[in-house]
Design a protein around this ligand. Sequence first.
Ligand code: ADP
Length: 176
Amino acid sequence: MGSQKFSDAVYVGSFDPPTLGHLDIIRRGAQLFQKLTVGIGVNPDKQALFTPEERVKLVKEMTADLPNVAVECFEGLSVNFAESCGASVLLRGVRTVSDIELEFTMALTNRTLAPDQETVFLMASEKYSHISSTLIRQIARMGQGSTAAKLDKFVPTCVTGPLLDRVRGDGSSSIG
Ligand code: ADP
């Protein structure tokens, strides 16, 4: 790809925990857009494994080599977050046909709310299309011994330790 890049974009999600699938979308997005802001959505109704601040720290660590990537947490609607970042693109990753159904509804809703913003989809890489945060939380909670050691096939190395600490209940001081 040449040096010309599209305007700024945001990539929002829960990232609880961030995965290799997310990292792949972030890396590819950073190639396409001048600036990519990863937005970690704060949902007070959802019981999360990591606090938003912890997730910001993990995503910052795994994207430390990408100078045009910023990481923030936000409350409220993605379109408002994009606007506050001065971004005109909402970047999303799609893994499966069922992802597309939900993403389609969301993209149309967001277009109604903010007609000047475009949703751009990147197809998941075949290597990572089976990876979801939900699946990883299950493996981390239930996996033992060598299964737990295989977590690094799903999440960046800097996430494995804090993830295992957290599910084993001794993770309060593992990030920070
Ligand atoms: P949410 O909890 O809102 O579904 P996620 O953090 O799971 O958010 O995902 C954020 C975005 O990343 C979504 O567009 C989702 O489709 C995409 N995504 C999640 N996992 C992968 C993956 N393995 N490969 C590509 N895209 C992914």
